[in-house]
Design a protein around this ligand. Sequence first.
Ligand code: SF4
Ligand code: SF4
Length: 197
Amino acid sequence: MPATTKVIRKPKRKLTEQTYVTEISKGLSLTMSRFFKNAFGPEDKKEIATVMYPEEQREYPERFRGIHRLTQRAGGEPRCVACLCCSTACPAQCIHIEPAEYAEDDARYGYERFPAVFVIDELRCIFCGYCVEACPVDAIRMDTGLHMPPSTARDHFLYDKETLLSLPSRDGTYESGNPRHEPGDPTHPGIDRLQGH
Ligand code: SF4
Ligand code: SF4
């Protein structure tokens, strides 16, 4: 079967259209009318989508998680037991923890550890939340509702233990609603490494 050819005629345009004078004038008049409206018009009539950050800030939705925080125990110490579950689960490998043992006369000695160093590189973080899911003791959360303040210094994005402990949740608390049974508490199951389990 022979191929058929469809002829498409070139559309006829007037000289003013071919030189784009009218269209350029229309575009410029629209641009200028928006400029004067937004620069000098009443506030409620302005059509500006730009947010003048940091003086102006958008309100984040309820489900926005925000940067991490480390939850505190009643005495202000981290709940973290330096188990490394979060750093193991982290796909971006941006959590660095150096575990340490409590002193021998501490009830937690031989039972749990604490993080001597706990650093999150918030610039490498992809905010997946896996670290929060992996933590067995509710020690790390992403409920601050804050984003990182802008900075040009790389090390400003390395959040250390003290910084992470100093950040409150959206409702202003530093602790966690989940109960924690410390060794020696009447509610503690009484099991530790020395007593065997
Ligand atoms: S949110 Fe994801 S990427 Fe960020 S520290 Fe946690 S596990 Fe790593
Ligand atoms: S934050 Fe949680 S998961 Fe990470 S080391 Fe501490 S206790 Fe383990």
